[in-house]
Every structure is written in structure tokens, then in C-alpha cells.
Ligand binder design. Structure first.
Ligand code: UDP
Length: 242
């Protein structure tokens, strides 16, 4: 099957990771998965949440926030602050981003600090959460490098890198990195988060309008692994660029 943008089923969109786009953050990137573009910034605060002190929990903390800018969607999305309540979808996504990063950051080695990870969608065209996780992994590593450069840490408090991709079934075919056009027609929609050791961090999958078989599940996981491997190469290149 040739996709509407001429991709083969296993192809990612054009992926770009541009670092240093928000200089006040110790780590920042603008990540593009095709027309989906997300700003990911990591800032370090030299303290930990109150509950950690109260409960004598050692080490640091990492927390993530996700939002879509009002002009990131085709019809303007009202800001949560104007609406007066947080968006359920955004809350779910920021928890996923936080869990994904906490799986790979060594919070004990981070010391008594909080890593704030902010993901703001500049342009939404499907896969904003997978782009956010993939970009945030780079932003967090850049922020941690600054701690090492300043002599605050002897080594990077990072166990692994993490990347994520969407995979779905459209007209019976497994497609990787769906854009919005494909996502809205998908029979099954999954988001797969993996480390650079190719271990799973999280698998979110649901039959939106239909069910899926174990064979289809295996095919989706295999296709996602191919996409994750390419994303890891692109992260690596972004982190090697001075
Ligand atoms: N979307 C939108 N407005 C919203 C939520 C979603 O325009 O309030 C679009 C957007 O293009 C997004 C896509 O729907 O990327 C798919 O959303 P989903 O909730 O599946 O999350 P994502 O694929 O972005 O991680």
C-alpha cells in the first residue's frame, strides 16, 4: 500500500530534532514528525517536591507537562487557563511522558533536584505524544549534560534513551507513525514506547472501532520496533551535533 503522502507502511515521516531552541532551559529541542512539531524543554530546579522531603525519599524527581498551543490545531484550541480546568487528554499524555522519562533517568543519581519537562505542541498532525517523548529524551539528556559540565554531577544520571512511535491498522494494513489523516481512519491505534535497549516502557493499544488479533498485535509491535530503531539513530545524531 502506498500511503497518501507516498510513504511505505513501515516508513516514518521526515523526523527532525533541532536542539537549543529555548536557551533559558538547560535542554531544549524542537522535534518534528512530519507536520507534527513539538517544543520539548527540560529545566532543572535545585529542590524536590515537599512530599519527598516529608517521606524521606532520597534522590530527585522528574515531572512532565504537555499542552497543545491554541494555534497548533486546525480549529483554535482554548487554553486550559481560559477554560479554567485541565484537559483530560492532556493530563493523560503528560503522565505518559513523565512515566516514560522516569523509566530511563536515574533519579537517585540526579540528586536532590527536580527535572521539569515541558512539551508544548506547536503544530498537531497526529503522534504528538510520541514526538513529545522522543524529543523530551534528548532535552533531558542535554539538561543533564549541563549538570555534568558545571561539575554538579560526576556522570550523566541517565540509564537509557527512550523513543516512541505510533502504529495502527488502516484498511487491514499495519502503518507506522500515523498522521492525523490516517489516525482518524485507523481501526486500531497503538503508541509504543521503548528504550535504546529495545525494551518496552509502555504499550498503549486499543481497537477504536474493531478488535485486533494476537497476530496483528505482533505485526504492529514488529513494525513499531523498526520505527523506534530509526528514531534512536536520529536522537543520537542530534546529541552528537555540538
Ligand atoms: N487533535 C486535535 N485537537 C485535539 C486533540 C487532537 O486537533 O484537541 C488531533 C491532533 O492532530 C492530534 C490528533 O488529533 O495529533 C491525534 O490525537 P490523539 O489524541 O490520538 O494524540 P496524538 O496522536 O497526538 O498523540
Amino acid at each position: 500500500m502506498i500511503r497518501h503522502d507516498n510513504r511505505s507502511p513501515g516508513d516514518l515521516r521526515t523526523i527532525e530534532i533541532q536542539s537549543g531552541i529555548a536557551p533559558h532551559a538547560q535542554g531544549s529541542v524542537l522535534v518534528a514528525f512530519g507536520n507534527t512539531r513539538v517544543i520539548c524543554a527540560a529545566m532543572i530546579e535545585e529542590s524536590v517536591p515537599r512530599w519527598m522531603k516529608d517521606q524521606n525519599v532520597t534522590g530527585g524527581w522528574l515531572t512532565a507537562e504537555y499542552s497543545m498551543l491554541p494555534y497548533s490545531t486546525i480549529s483554535r484550541k482554548t487554553r486550559d487557563s481560559t477554560k479554567g480546568r485541565p484537559d483530560g487528554r492532556g493530563t493523560e499524555i503528560q503522565r505518559l511522558v513523565g512515566r516514560s522519562l522516569r523509566a530511563v533517568v536515574d533519579l537517585e543519581k540526579l540528586g536532590s533536584r527536580t527535572l521539569w519537562v515541558d512539551c508544548d505542541v506547536l503544530q498537531a498532525d497526529g503522534g504528538t505524544r510520541t514526538a513529545a517523548i522522543t524529543g523530551a529524551s534528548v532535552a533531558v539528556e542535554l539538561a543533564c549534560r549541563s549538570l555534568v559540565q558545571q561539575g554538579k554531577l560526576a556522570a550523566l544520571p541517565i540509564k537509557n534513551r527512550v523513543a516512541a512511535v505510533s502504529v495502527g491498522i488502516v484498511q487491514g494494513e499495519v502503518l507506522v507513525d500515523l498522521d492525523y489523516h490516517e489516525d482518524k481512519d485507523a481501526e486500531v491505534d497503538m503508541n509504543i514506547v521503548m528504550t535504546d535497549k529495545m525494551d518496552f516502557v509502555e504499550v498503549q493499544g486499543s481497537g477504536e472501532e474493531s478488535v485486533f488479533s494476537a497476530v496483528q498485535l505482533e505485526a504492529m509491535v514488529a513494525a513499531a520496533k523498526g520505527g523506534i530503531a530509526k528514531l534512536l539513530e536520529i536522537q543520537n545524531a542530534a546529541l552528537e551535533t555540538p
